[in-house]
Design a protein around this ligand. Structure first.
Ligand code: CMP
Length: 140
C-alpha cells in the first residue's frame, strides 16, 4: 500500500477521559478509514515534547506538552485514498470554535489544546508520526 494513502491520529486526553473514544473511532471507521495500527497509551512530557518538536518555538508549546502528557491517548495509523486531506476534513479546524458542524472537533473538542484529536498535516509528517509510535512490523 502506498504510504501517501495513510495518515496518523491521536485521540487526545480530553476525549479519552470524557468517554468519547468509541464515538470518535466509529466516525473514523464510518468515514471509510481502515485502522492499520492502534495503541492505547500515555505520553511522558519528554515523549510529548519529542512528538511535537516541530512546534518547539511556538508560544503554545509548553502548554501543549503539559496537556498531551496529562492523560491517556489513542494513537493510530489510518488508511484511505487521500488520507491526510480527507482526515483533516473529518476532524475540522484546529480551533473547535471554527470547526464545521458535524466534524469530530465540532462535536467533541473543548478548546484549541483540548481539541479531541490530532491529524497529520502532510504525507511526510504522517510517516514520521506513525513511526514514532509503531514499528514497521506493526504497520500492515
Ligand atoms: P494538533 O493538530 O495536535 O497540533 C498541534 C497542537 O497545538 C494543535 O493540534 C492544538 O491542539 C495546539 N495548539 C494550541 N494553540 C495553537 C495555535 N495557536 N495554533 C495551532 N495549534 C495550537
Amino acid at each position: 500500500m502506498n504510504v501517501t494513502n495513510r495518515t496518523f491520529t491521536m485521540i487526545k486526553p480530553d476525549a479519552t477521559s470524557a468517554g468519547h473514544t468509541g464515538a470518535i473511532l466509529d466516525k473514523i471507521i464510518k468515514a471509510g478509514f481502515r485502522i492499520v495500527a492502534m495503541k492505547y497509551t500515555r505520553l511522558t512530557p519528554e515523549e510529548a515534547g519529542r512528538f511535537y518538536a516541530i512546534h518547539r518555538e511556538r508560544p503554545f508549546y509548553n502548554d501543549l506538552i503539559k496537556y498531551m502528557s496529562s492523560g491517556n491517548i489513542v494513537a493510530a495509523i489510518l488508511e484511505k485514498d487521500n488520507a491526510v486531506d480527507d482526515f483533516r476534513k473529518l476532524i475540522g479546524a484546529t480551533d473547535p470554535a471554527k470547526a464545521e458542524p458535524g466534524t469530530i472537533r465540532n462535536l467533541f473538542a473543548k478548546s484549541i489544546d483540548a481539541n479531541a484529536v490530532h491529524g497529520s498535516d502532510s504525507n511526510e509528517n504522517a510517516a514520521i508520526e506513525g513511526a514514532f509510535f509503531f514499528s514497521a512490523l506493526e504497520m500492515h
